[in-house]
Ligand binder design. Structure first.
Ligand code: ADP
Ligand code: MG
Ligand code: MG
Length: 882
């Protein structure tokens, strides 16, 4: 069995499609080598070794050591250097690489192989003592942190002390002697702290680093990241061991990171940053301000671009950019280093991008002939669209700009300022909207970034940790806002104009401009034209599942249609009852003792309901509209305060005490399972009669006077038995026929039911003998299948999820094994009785991509979701079909 895969000298054992075995980084290093790009030679220890490592109590397969040393010899040959040699030593980088990219989660050790002997070889070869000792101290620092688990602050403190002592600010101002001394100090500190000698033996260093990479797969940050991104722990990580190249050997050296297109906007130009005379993570660490790659985009022109500083390497990199895009047919995120004017590629992967960028790049690449429409549709994640459908700042709104940083991830958000990730999480748990403000972020802050509305950092560039992670999460982020002075101890920051912002103060971030504003600035929703419309057009060609919206008002109906809804799957009539002008009449109806009193009150509501439905039918222009008859428990409409009761008693001309008594009488212990849904229609038939009449009158008037064609779908909720439905259908049909006859029109209408109780699902064959359509009310169906109250689940569901008792909140993503089974049973039974029965779902799940996919494979006709999620559902339906 092969455990180690070599790459170098234009040939590689691995390929890009071997990510499962080699991890993303290793597979792409192999691929880049094979297509002739300059990659320092190296080898990848496969993810299988990681699996074995954890299976066998952190030990390795017996044959691994021999394989590693054979491959190490190959690197030595290609480089003409020897690992551990005193004359011309080979130095290595040891890098982790999981299947899915996990930014910043795993640790890298650079310059491995240095010790007091080999450092002399580096000095001899490079003729640069300062460089050699700089590399050495970096190695000791990283190794101590990553492999030995030494507290990072201790060594950082020694460095700061040294700089202070020497009166310098930048690392680059320290001399060879300074670094040499620091190496000694570091080693001393390690001895004092951990009681061990720093390992001098390069072999021991190598295995220590390899094991540390495997070990880091199970560190807390990696576990958190995997949990947030649904990455299974079984996948494991690979280890890449590679010859070092040096970006820190002088002014003709550099290191950088770039994207082949702009990851924020998708614009087709070379986007990136680099630093002269620097190594590794210096670019993203935010200590020195990096320079842009591209001259044209360097508008402020403060720092010269790579195009100007290193024109030859720049041209070579531009050609590599083209090669990579043609080869991978996707936007790439690359890392490179230049050693003495020679360019080396250290990494490539498909770049993370914002939703607008994803759409633009997909559409552009179709136009450029790089990909087909199907691929373009699959390139955009449905959940990503959420970001796009979110508002931006109202251009007309007043704003007090207090600082400006880099526009790292778009969106416009407001919230209370907090200064730590833990606090962000705690505040968000109580329902507050917070903005996390940090000098810079690190992987330890991920949970806080997740909980916050937006992130503001004082340091770091467009490729800093905060920027990359925020874009991945679809969170608004303003990074590198050097204007502000953050004081963690005081929990405040000071803006350049002297404004002090304290913890709890409200600010607004605009991730598209990088502006930071005081207070809450109002937002507006976005225009859905251009590339978005083009892509959604392709989406609609590929999907078969229809998408409707849940909309209760003409305004919602219009938004839904603009977002591409093909009808309304759920129009809830109770919202119309809560309206301030109407509630009095509704209360009067509920609290009347006799039929006559109720009818009198209902007569007041009828014209209002009629005009509601007319407005909705009008907006939907003949598209199907499903209207649900009154559903919630009556007591929700009751007057709550003494004052309300007294006022109502006066209008109704009854004593307040009688009314109070009636309110008490209507109280229910378990209203969700109480007097609601069709049970109301059965005990108070006049309520549903009025609603059916309003629907039919609205439809008939538009048909007769405005030439509309409308097929109203009347939906009866919470049916458990076919007899309930039969009775209510008979009543409804009578009213429908009466209204149709009155208007003298010819029209069709459908009467159907919601399937939201397990008994209804199990007896769907019987129910389908009456119902002309089913709409799965998956909110209540989840509630009744789990026996779980949605309003009370917050007290224990989070615990269930944290402890793996359930994978996901069943109210967010449909429980396919349980609730989904009922949906499947009911669909089959319904179709057995009535082959052309229309099937759809309404409820939160209609806008959840995984649930949409389930509905597609279960053969439903449509999903219905909130208007803002309609594009997400459309895209998810296309993904399910492709
Ligand atoms: P991450 O997954 O965090 O990006 P990497 O393994 O890519 O970690 O390493 C981080 C950085 O270390 C790289 O961006 C690069 O600058 C530097 N690096 C890695 N390998 C080498 C190498 N062989 N020579 C020089 N620098 C390297
Ligand atoms: Mg890193
Ligand atoms: Mg990297």
């Amino acid at each position: 069995q092969q455990y180690v895969y070599f790459f170098g000298g234009g040939k590689a054992d691995g390929r890009a499609d071997m990510k499962n075995l080699l991890g993303g980084k290793g597979a792409n290093l192999a691929e880049m080598t094979s297509i002739g790009l300059p990659v320092p030679p190296g080898f990848t220890i496969s993810t299988e070794v990681c699996t074995e490592f954890y299976k066998n109590d952190r030990t390795h397969p017996a044959s691994l050591a021999a394989e590693v040393s054979a491959n190490l010899r190959k690197i030595e040959e290609l480089m003409g250097k020897k690992f551990g040699d005193s004359g011309n030593p080979l130095l290595l980088s040891v890098r982790s690489g999981a299947r899915a990219s996990m930014p910043g989660m795993m640790d890298t050790v650079l310059n491995l192989g240095l010790n007091d002997t080999t450092v002399q070889g580096i000095i001899a070869q490079s003729g640069d003592e300062r460089f050699a000792y700089d590399a050495y101290r970096r190695f000791v620092q990283m190794y101590a942190d990553v492999v030995l688990g030494m507290e990072k602050d201790i060594l950082d403190h020694l460095l700061d002390q040294k700089k202070e002592e020497r009166g310098v600010y930048l690392d680059t101002d320290l001399t060879a002697a300074d670094w040499k001394d620091l190496v000694l100090q570091y080693k001393g500190a390690i001895k004092a702290e951990l009681g061990i000698d720093f390992p001098e033996d390069p072999e021991e260093q190598l295995w220590g680093a390899v094991n540390a990479v495997f070990g880091s797969w199970m560190n807390q940050r990696a576990i958190t990241y995997r949990k947030l991104n649904n990455i299974p722990a079984e996948w494991g990580t690979a280890v890449n061991v590679q010859a070092m190249v040096f970006g820190n050997m002088g002014q003709d050296c550099a290191t950088g990171v770039a994207f082949t297109r702009d990851p924020s906007t998708g614009e087709n130009y070379f986007y990136g940053e680099f630093l002269v005379n620097a190594q590794g993570e210096d670019v993203v660490a935010g200590i020195r301000t990096p320079q842009p790659i591209n001259r044209a985009k360097n508008k402020d022109g403060e720092l010269p671009s790579m195009e100007e500083v290193m024109p030859e390497c720049y041209q070579q990199l531009v050609r590599i950019r083209e090669t990579l895009e043609k080869h991978y047919r996707d936007m790439q995120d690359i890392e490179f280093t230049i050693e003495k004017g020679v360019l080396y590629m250290l990494q490539t992967r498909n770049g993370k991008r914002t939703a607008p960028a994803a759409i633009k790049i997909a559409v552009d690449m179709v136009n450029e002939g790089l990909i087909d429409k199907k691929t373009a549709v699959l390139r955009v994640e449905p959940s990503q669209l959420d970001q796009l459908l979110h508002p931006t700042l109202d251009p007309k709104a007043e704003r007090t700009i207090i600082a400006k940083g880099l526009p790292a991830s778009p969106g416009a958000v407001s919230g209370e300022v907090v200064f730590s990730a833990d606090e962000a999480e705690a505040e968000a748990k109580t329902g507050r909207k917070v903005i996390l403000v940090r000098i810079e972020t690190s992987p330890e802050d991920i949970h806080g970034m997740h909980a916050a509305q937006g992130i503001l950092t004082a340091r770091g560039g467009m490729t800093s940790h905060a920027a990359v992670v925020a874009r991945g999460m679809g969170k608004c982020c303003v990074a590198g806002c050097g204007d502000i002075k953050v004081d963690y101890a005081d929990e405040s920051f000071i803006a350049p104009n002297g404004v002090e912002v304290k913890k709890g103060d409200l600010i607004t971030l605009d991730g598209a401009t990088g502006e930071v504003m005081l207070g809450v600035v109002p937002t507006v929703s976005v225009q859905l034209t251009g590339d978005f419309a083009t892509l959604m057009g392709w989406v609609d060609q590929f999907r078969t599942l229809k998408v409707r919206a849940n909309a209760d008002t003409p305004h919602d109906a219009r938004v839904a249609r603009e977002f591409g809804a093909q009808g309304i799957g759920l129009c809830r009539t109770e919202h119309m009852f809560f309206d301030a002008e109407r509630i009095a009449a509704v209360r009067e109806m509920i609290l009347s003792d006799d039929l006559e009193g109720r009818q009198k009150a209902l007569a007041k509501i009828l014209p209002m309901q009629t005009s509601d439905f007319k407005g909705i039918f009008r907006e939907m222009k003949g598209l199907p509209v499903t209207i649900r008859l009154l559903d919630p428990p009556l007591h929700e409409f009751l007057p709550q305060t003494e004052k309300d009761i007294d006022e109502l008693a006066a209008t109704m001309r009854v004593p307040a005490s009688t009314l109070r008594h009636k309110v008490e009488y209507l109280h229910e212990f378990n209203p969700m399972l109480g007097h609601r849904g069709c049970r109301l229609g059965i005990t108070y038939p006049e309520i549903y009669d009025m609603q059916v009449r309003a629907i039919m009158v609205a439809a008939c008037e538009l048909i007769k006077n405005n030439g509309f064609s409308i097929v109203p779908e009347i939906m009866i909720p919470l049916v458990a038995t076919v007899r309930e439905l039969a009775l209510l259908k008979r009543n409804a049909v009578a009213i429908c026929e009466e209204v149709i006859a009155d208007y003298g029109v010819t029209m069709e209408y459908l009467i159907g039911t919601m399937i939201e109780l397990p008994r209804a699902a199990l007896t769907a064959d019987e129910i389908a003998s009456e119902a002309e359509f089913f709409s799965f009310g998956t909110n209540d169906l989840t509630q009744t299948t789990f026996g779980l109250s949605r309003d009370d689940a917050g007290k224990f569901l989070p615990f269930y999820m944290d402890n793996g008792i359930i994978e996901q909140d069943p109210f967010v993503s449909l429980d396919q094994t349980g609730v989904g089974q009922l949906v499947r049973i009911a669909s089959e039974k319904g179709r057995a009785t009535r082959p052309d029965i229309k099937l759809g779902i309404c409820g939160e799940h209609g806008g959840d991509p995984a649930s949409v996919c389930f509905c597609h494979t279960s053969g439903l006709d449509y999903v219905s979701c909130s208007p803002f999620r309609v594009p997400i559902a459309r895209l998810a339906a296309a993904h399910a079909a492709l």
